[in-house]
Design a protein around this ligand. Structure first.
Ligand code: SF4
Length: 440
């Protein structure tokens, strides 16, 4: 097989990163080796994200930089995937005459065949269909990575007024559990110790597939896979956080005590305008039940500041929710209009300066909470999955606790790739320092 090279540039979320891993594997099967240098590439693929305004313009400007390479290398194929590709489809081909391929979010598995078609017969192709099930490409990533993502579902059936995902990733579709388990077993056989199950609303897994496992049952099945030591899942929707799933924390020994549970706002009025189908009290009730079941669980969330119509009182309720939940970490975003969403058309858009002031107030509050939560770890002994040398200090190792906190500690290199016990001696909001506690 001739050696060919592919350059993939990826923007956006973990789903796009996971699509990139899958593309790299699929293309590897057809003889393409990854390259970091677009000038060396036979195929350039850009995996796009449409979460920000003007994302599409950024794609055109990036593609424009690749255009001269086509003159130097006439066989070069340039393709665009991801969310902008899904939304724009053939329009991208019309707007960018040097583009050869557009593939939607459900069509990653078809890319090798589409590339082969273009290389054999020329022409320009766009494939953006949604499918009713996630295709099995029969290729499992078993390259020995310590931690791996496993996509178990895609798309979303909710209709949050600020979000483009239902348009870019289609309706919710769960992958068959036997297919997921085959991948997890292959990963374990290849040396992977931690898997993170991925989906836009991962905890609604199986809801639309009669006879399919629930997420809790799937976690139980993965718990039984030899070699896997840790399981995580993200992103969860508060509505689909069932008592069955809450009960899995603290019961399944491999399920890590961390949950990312986006709240988006702390005011019922804003939640309703966002079309988030829960109240702040319902959310807080689930948090209380989680903490009762598993007191050590770490919580993180996404939150939008300055959603259209957000008043000082609404924002005050968000701050109050933070004080009640006491998140270990928080991803707070200032609202920005996203094309093709209903919220972009809502009146009462919040001025940028006010969003900035609220953002700062929220960060100040959260920093204090995160520092207190981190200090509570001082003196405890944590299980750390050791990932490698510490980036800032080659004499130290680094890894994560089960609660997903980063820990740096001095220790022998043979710990890399293994679980180690570490006593926490210093705590900052975003990382911990500790000392290795060798097993007796
Ligand atoms: S649940 Fe998440 S992915 Fe689905 S529409 Fe809402 S924000 Fe988007």
């Amino acid at each position: 097989m001739d050696e060919k090279r592919c350059y993939i540039k990826t923007f956006g979320c973990q789903m796009n990163e996971q699509d990139t891993v899958r593309l790299t594997q699929l293309l590897g099967r057809d003889g393409y080796r990854p390259t970091e240098d677009p000038e060396q590439a036979d195929v350039i693929l850009v995996i796009t994200c449409s979460i920000r305004e003007k994302a599409e313009n950024k794609v055109y400007s990036l593609l424009g930089r690749f255009q001269p390479l086509k003159r130097k290398h006439p066989g070069l194929v340039i393709g665009v995937g991801g969310c902008v590709a899904q939304q724009e489809g053939e329009r991208l081909l019309q707007k960018a005459p040097y583009l050869d391929l557009v593939f939607g979010t459900h069509n990653v598995h078809k890319v090798p065949a589409l590339l082969a078609e273009i290389r054999r017969h020329g022409g320009r192709l766009a494939e953006t269909r949604f499918y009713d099930e996630i295709p099995t490409d029969g290729l499992f990533d078993a390259d020995g990575r310590l931690k791996a993502y496993v996509t178990i579902m895609q798309g979303c059936d909710y209709r949050c007024s600020f979000c483009v995902v239902p348009f870019t990733r289609g309706p919710e579709v769960s992958r068959r559990s036997d297919d997921v388990l085959a991948e997890v077993r292959a990963l374990a056989a290849g040396g992977t110790k931690e898997v993170t199950l991925l989906g836009q609303t991962v905890n609604s897994y199986g809801k639309k597939a009669p006879g399919e496992l629930t997420l809790t049952r799937l976690l139980e099945a993965i718990e039984a896979v030899d070699g896997i030591e840790r399981i995580r899942f993200t992103t969860s929707h508060p509505n689909d956080l069932t008592d069955e799933l809450i009960g899995a924390f603290g019961r399944l020994s491999k399920l890590c005590e961390h949950l990312h549970l986006p709240v988006q706002a702390g005011s019922d009025r804003v939640l309703a305008r966002m079309r988030r189908p829960y109240t702040r009290e319902a959310y807080l009730d689930k948090v209380r039940r989680l903490r009762t079941r598993c007191p050590e669980i770490a919580l993180s969330a996404d939150l939008i500041i300055g959603f259209p119509g957000e008043t000082d009182e609404d924002f005050g309720q968000t701050l109050d929710l933070l004080r009640q939940v006491r998140y270990d970490s928080l991803f707070a975003f200032r609202y920005s209009r996203r094309p093709n969403t209903d919220a972009a058309e809502l009146p009462d858009q919040v001025p940028d300066e006010l969003k900035a002031a609220r953002h700062q107030a929220l960060l100040d509050l959260q920093r204090g909470i995160a520092e207190e939560r981190a200090r509570a770890q001082l003196g405890t002994v944590q299980e750390v999955l050791v990932e490698g040398p510490s980036p800032g200090d080659a004499l130290k190792l680094t890894g994560r606790t089960r609660t997903n906190r980063i820990v740096h500690f001095p220790g022998p290199p043979h710990l890399i790739g293994h679980l180690a016990r570490v006593r926490i001696t210093q705590a900052l909001a975003h990382s911990l320092t500790g000392e290795w506690v060798p097993s007796a």
